[in-house]
Design a protein around this ligand. Structure first.
Ligand SMILES: NC(=O)c1ccc[n+]([C@@H]2O[C@H](COP(=O)([O-])OP(=O)(O)OC[C@H]3O[C@@H](n4cnc5c(N)ncnc54)[C@H](OP(=O)(O)O)[C@@H]3O)[C@@H](O)[C@H]2O)c1
Length: 343
C-alpha cells in the first residue's frame, strides 16, 4: 500500500480508503449492504492487514449504525487510523435535525463522536451543499470544531465548483480552516468531475477522494448487457441504483476495461480502480465491498500499474463531454499561444 498526502495537508492516507456505507441494517442503507458487526469486522480486518489507514463513514449511513459498527471494529487501533465521517443528511423528523446550520453541525459532531467511540474526528466532511444555510454560518461552525479539538481537518462532498470556490474564499477571508479534500463521484463511467472540479482542486490544493469508483459495482462486469446482474447485488435492487449511467457509453467503456483486464490477468474492478489512482489530484479512492472476496480483489489493484498506453485508451473511450466554455476557450487560446495568429 502507498500513502499520499490528503490534498496539500500533512496528513498521509492510504491510496485506498475503505468506505463503510454497507455497514448497518437501517432504512434505505440496509439494501446497500446490510452488514452486521461480525461481517463488518471481517472486512475491516482485511483492510487493516492490507495497510489501509483511511476509513469513511457518514452519520446517515443506516442512521448512525455504520459509525457505531466502524467504531467497534477499530477499537484499540483508533489512533493508527484516519477516521472520516459526514454531516448534512436528515437524522430524524425533528425540524432542525438536518442541514448545515451551526446547531445541526455541532450536535451531529457530538453524536458522531459518541457513536464512533472517539473524542476526535480526523476528517469532518459536509455531505453536500445546504441551500438554506449561509455558507458563513456553516464554515464558522466547522472552524470552531477544529479549534475545539474535536475535528482535525475539514472536507466537502458533492459541491459544484462555484460553491467550493466560494467556500474556500470565505474561509480564507476570515482566516478559518479550509476544506482540504473533495469527496466526489468519479469513475470511468462518469468523469464529469474533470470538467470543473478537478482543475479547481489542483489549483487550490485539495485532494479528491472518489466515491463509488466502480459505479456501484457496474465496472466489475457482473451486470451483462441486456441481462440481469446477481440478485443480491446492489444494482439489481430497484430504488438502490441511484447512480445514473449512459448505458451505451458505459458498456463501451466496460468492453475496454475487460479487454485490458483479460490481457493482464487481473479483474475489471482492479483496472477501474487503478485508472483513478493514476489521475490527479486523486489522494485516495474510496472502495466499497459487501463480501471479503470483493475487498481482497479490489486491494490487489495497488500491486500493479496501468501503462501510459492503457490509461490513454481508457481516457479516449470515456472522455467526458466538452461542455461550453471548454471548446470556446480552446479556440480563443490559439491567438494567446501563437503571436503569428492574427485573424
Ligand atoms: N459522498 C457521497 O455522497 C457518497 C456516495 C456514495 C458512496 N460514498 C462512499 O464511497 C464508498 C464506496 O461507494 P460504493 O460502495 O458505491 O463503491 P463502488 O466501488 O462503486 O461499489 C461497491 C459495491 O460494488 C460491489 N463490488 C465491489 N467490489 C467488487 C468486486 N471486486 N467484485 C464484485 N462486486 C464488487 C459491492 O456491492 P454488491 O455486492 O451489492 O454488488 C460493493 O459494495 C461508500 O462506502 C461511502 O463511504 C460516498
Amino acid at each position: 500500500m502507498h500513502y499520499r498526502p490528503l490534498g496539500k495537508s500533512g496528513l498521509l492516507v492510504s491510496e485506498l480508503c475503505f468506505g463503510t456505507m454497507s455497514f448497518g441494517q437501517q432504512g434505505y442503507w440496509e439494501k446497500i449492504g446490510g452488514l452486521d458487526q461480525s461481517a463488518a469486522q471481517r472486512l475491516v480486518d482485511i483492510a487493516l492487514d492490507a495497510g489501509i489507514n483511511f476509513f469513511d463513514s457518514a452519520d446517515v449511513y443506516s442512521y448512525g449504525q455504520s459509525e457505531e459498527i466502524l467504531g467497534k471494529t477499530l477499537k484499540s487501533k483508533r489512533d493508527k487510523v484516519v477516521l472520516a465521517t459526514k454531516v448534512r443528511g436528515r437524522m430524524s423528523q425533528e425540524i432542525n435535525d438536518v442541514g448545515l446550520s451551526r446547531r445541526h453541525i455541532i450536535q451531529s459532531c457530538e453524536n458522531s463522536l459518541r457513536r464512533l467511540g472517539t473524542d476526535y474526528l480526523d476528517l469532518y466532511i459536509v455531505h453536500s451543499f445546504d441551500f438554506m444555510t449561509p455558507l458563513e454560518e456553516t464554515l464558522s461552525a466547522l472552524n470552531d470544531l477544529v479549534h475545539s479539538g474535536k475535528v482535525r481537518y475539514l472536507g466537502c462532498s458533492n459541491y459544484f465548483a462555484w460553491q467550493l470556490m466560494k467556500a474556500l474564499s470565505i474561509s480564507e477571508r476570515h482566516h478559518w480552516e479550509k476544506f482540504i479534500s473533495l469527496q466526489a463521484y468519479y469513475s470511468l463511467v462518469s468523469r464529469d468531475v474533470e470538467i470543473e472540479l478537478a482543475p479547481l482542486c489542483r489549483d487550490q490544493g485539495l485532494g479528491i477522494t472518489p466515491w463509488s469508483p466502480l459505479g456501484a459495482g457496474f465496472l466489475t462486469g457482473k451486470y451483462p448487457r441486456g441481462g440481469k446482474g446477481p440478485q443480491d447485488a446492489r444494482r439489481s435492487k430497484e430504488d438502490h441504483n441511484f447512480i445514473q449511467l449512459d448505458e451505451d457509453k458505459a458498456y463501451a467503456i466496460l468492453d475496454e476495461v475487460q479487454r485490458i483486464a483479460k490481457a493482464r490477468g487481473v479483474s475489471a474492478a482492479q483496472v477501474s480502480l487503478n485508472y483513478l489512482l493514476r489521475k490527479s489530484p486523486v489522494s485516495s479512492v474510496i472502495i466499497g465491498a459487501t463480501k471479503p472476496e470483493q475487498l481482497q480483489d479490489n486491494l490487489k489493484t495497488v500491486e500493479w500499474q496501468l501503462s501510459a498506453e492503457e490509461v490513454a485508451a481508457l481516457d479516449e473511450i470515456s472522455t467526458p463531454p466538452r461542455l461550453y466554455p471548454h471548446w470556446m476557450l480552446e479556440f480563443t487560446r490559439l491567438d494567446r499561444d501563437n503571436p503569428a495568429m492574427i485573424m
